[in-house]
Ligand binder design. Structure first.
Ligand SMILES: [Zn+2]
Length: 330
């Protein structure tokens, strides 16, 4: 079986950040909003550097507003996932953008997203679960409100809690209340750390928020004692190599630390983060990794297994996905 045809599991995908450019262009046209400046001549997002990326991201996502917009966005995103062979995906969604942290409004957005997920599962064979995330740079107070929205809607679809946004703002312990609230509601815990800040921030995050997974976490490589600690604890890294390379964290695929982390027995998984902004897909990530590290299908089967073990969904869903993987990997 070719890599492209192999079923894949993705744990780290921002729903708005996965919006296909054509979808955003169409939505902007319907709303008569001119955001043509964010596209390049080929119709993709035009990104120059990290700061420009944030600007383009903000402009693109500003046109996604109503629950109906989110329903259509979810379908458009899952179509792309299915095209890369993704059979199970966890996506970050935020009450900050979906209803301004109002619980009643949040339920409406969630219903629309879940409705699209059910449709995509029936039509395209891709299963979606949601990780609710406050935006770090909006501050701890708003994170508490987000955690309450997450706790109130925890269940089969909302299965996790994380934190995104600017990693350089605030300290992990500022958000401990929100994470404790989510954990008590039975949600799986992940946190972005070790992308824009180094090993000390990863340690502080592990201590204060007690996540079973880290978003990125790759800068652990700067401290091998921490790498060994991650391996020992079994902390799972949601690694997004194409995103890191596009944003200039590493110069190229061969210099990305995922190879070393894998060799030192850290539990790594592979995701796309905000794929169209970084001109990537799950197929492209797997292809580049196979080239850079000579990884064969056995390694990718291991990545899939690690990702499924670390997934926040219920047992029935895991069993269903495991059967699909078994059929593919033999
Ligand atoms: Zn991310």
């Amino acid at each position: 079986m070719t890599l492209a045809a192999t079923p894949k599991i993705e744990l780290h995908l921002h729903l708005e950040g996965a919006a296909p450019p054509a979808f955003i262009r169409g939505l902007a046209a319907e709303k008569r909003e001119d955001i043509s400046g964010i596209f390049d001549e080929r119709g993709g997002y035009a990104i120059r550097d990290f700061w420009h990326f944030l600007k383009v991201y903000e402009a693109a996502t500003s046109v996604i507003r109503s629950p109906e917009d989110y329903r259509r966005l979810t379908l458009a995103v899952l179509e792309e996932s299915a095209a890369s062979g993704v059979i199970y995906c966890e996506t970050f969604i935020s009450p900050d953008f979906c209803g301004g942290r109002d619980l009643v409004a949040w339920r409406d957005y969630l219903a629309a997203i879940e409705d699209a997920a059910a449709e995509a599962e029936a039509k395209m064979g891709v299963t979606l679960r949601a990780i609710v995330t406050p935006i770090r740079h909006f501050g701890p107070e708003k994170a508490r409100e987000v955690a309450i929205c997450a706790a109130e809607t925890a269940g089969r679809f909302v299965t996790g809690f994380g934190i995104g946004g600017d990693e350089r703002v605030g300290e992990p312990e500022d958000y401990a209340w929100a994470f404790d609230c989510a954990r008590e509601a039975g949600l799986g815990i992940t946190a972005h750390a070790g992308e824009w800040r180094g090993p000390d921030h990863i340690r502080a995050t592990l201590r204060a928020l007690r996540p079973s997974r880290l978003g990125h976490g790759v800068r652990a490589i700067e401290d091998l004692a921490l790498v060994d600690e991650l391996a020992e604890r079994g902390t799972v890294l949601e690694v997004c190599p194409g995103s890191n390379i596009a944003l200039g964290l590493y110069s190229d695929w061969r210099h990305h630390p995922i190879g070393k982390l894998f060799d030192r027995e850290v539990k790594v998984t592979v995701s796309t983060d905000d794929p169209p902004f970084f001109r990537t897909t799950m197929n492209r990530e797997w292809d580049r990794l196979a080239d850079a590290f000579d990884w064969d299908t056995g390694v990718f089967a291991t990545l899939n297994k690690t990702a499924l073990d670390a997934a926040f969904c219920d047992r029935d869903t895991k069993d269903m996905i495991a059967k699909k993987l078994e059929a593919a990997h033999g």
